[in-house]
Design a protein around this ligand. Structure first.
Ligand SMILES: C[S@@+](CC[C@H](N)C(=O)[O-])C[C@H]1O[C@@H](n2cnc3c(N)ncnc32)[C@H](O)[C@@H]1O
Length: 319
């Protein structure tokens, strides 16, 4: 987990407050989520820098011929030890990580419709293992910073990033709520797949706003339900097997929330239904997945009887 490039770029900038989350004292006191064990695990990876990478569709680092068979077996096992791989796909020196989500499909719904990231500072809130951050690098941004409190995903990111240490992408192990200072320093903020996990979705949008420069762009991607403006589904207990889903708003409700938080130019750019083509069990995520969350006799419903997952992407501008 080498944060030195990021630390250099944050020092003296509007984003300086983020230095707190890559400080060695901060990292050392993160003892939950098996983080000390994951950090030790990272030190077992073979030290290989790859010059050849490709971040279109499958995020690929090097080729199979860049590694001998014995080291490849060791590397594969080290990566498998980090199960579950939820976001991807990745290919590491010929090893294909077939993640639960084909995240390339979500990125295709977003990529060509957002403001250019070229030369920009970008924040990816709830970035998971950083799949989208790697994809964002194709835009040649100045810096991409992901944040995520789930430390096993942060460790997955560093397991991959070590192959391309010089690229301007880092993931910090923290939540958006920990970023208490209004940074007003990112040109684009992504919040994808996060807001329905928040007990206070309006505070989440306000916090995203506070991270953006005036005129910056929020890319909000979330589950939604059909219904009038003002309506939101509040699952009685679980939604699609998940117990950490609090609000699933209608699109009109999302637009009202964004407006009330000070955003303008609110634009829906995509609506889709999740399918088993996009989310499924694989060797790299062998646990329950989409098919176990959907009613087998009535596929328009989840197993709890709620509407099956639909997702929307909305763009909005801060002032
Ligand atoms: C459903 S996943 C979405 C991952 C990815 N952004 C995507 O769209 O595929 C939700 C992610 O948000 C993270 N998360 C949850 N609460 C968060 C918070 N308060 N701040 C930052 N990330 C959060 C979770 O740890 C998880 O990695």
């Amino acid at each position: 987990m080498d944060y030195s490039d990021l630390q250099d770029s944050l020092a003296g900038s509007k984003l300086e407050a983020l230095l707190a989350f890559c400080d060695s004292n901060y990292l050392d006191q993160l003892t939950h989520g098996d983080f000390p064990r994951w950090r030790q695990h990272l030190s077992k990876f073979p030290a290989i820098n790859v010059a050849d990478y490709d971040f279109s569709e499958t995020v690929r680092f090097g080729h199979a011929d860049g590694i001998d068979a014995e080291t490849s077996d060791i590397l594969k096992q080290l990566l498998l030890d980090m199960l579950p791989w939820r976001k991807g796909p990745f290919e590491v020196l010929g090893i294909f990580i077939d993640s639960e989500w084909r995240s390339n499909l979500k990125w295709a719904r977003v990529n060509n419709q957002i403001a250019s990231l070229a030369g920009k500072k970008v924040l990816d809130v709830g970035c998971g293992n950083g799949y989208y951050g790697f994809r964002m690098l194709a835009h040649e941004p100045e810096q991409v910073i992901g944040i995520d409190p789930h430390l096993a995903y942060v460790a997955q990111f560093w397991a991959l990033k070590q192959f391309v240490p010089h690229l301007p992408l880092a993931v910090l192990p923290c939540s958006l709520e920990q970023v208490t200072e209004p940074l007003r320093g990112f040109d684009t903020v992504f919040s994808m797949g996060v807001i329905y996990h928040r007990r206070s979705p309006i505070d989440h949008l306000k916090q995203c706003y506070q991270c953006l420069v005036p005129g910056g762009q929020l890319v909000l991607e979330t589950l939604y339900v059909d219904g009038p403006a003002g309506y939101s589904l509040i699952p009685a207990k679980k939604y699609a097997r998940m117990s950490n889903v609090w609000f699933i708003p209608s699109i009109g409700t999302l637009e009202q929330w964004l407006f009330r938080c000070g955003f303008s130019n609110i634009e829906v750019i995509d609506e889709s239904m999740t399918t088993s083509d996009e989310q499924r069990k694989t060797a790299w995520m062998p646990f329950e997945s989409f098919e176990d969350a959907i009613d087998k006799t009535e596929p328009t419903k989840t197993i709890e009887g709620s509407p099956a997952p639909k997702r929307v992407v909305i763009l909005a501008t801060s002032s």
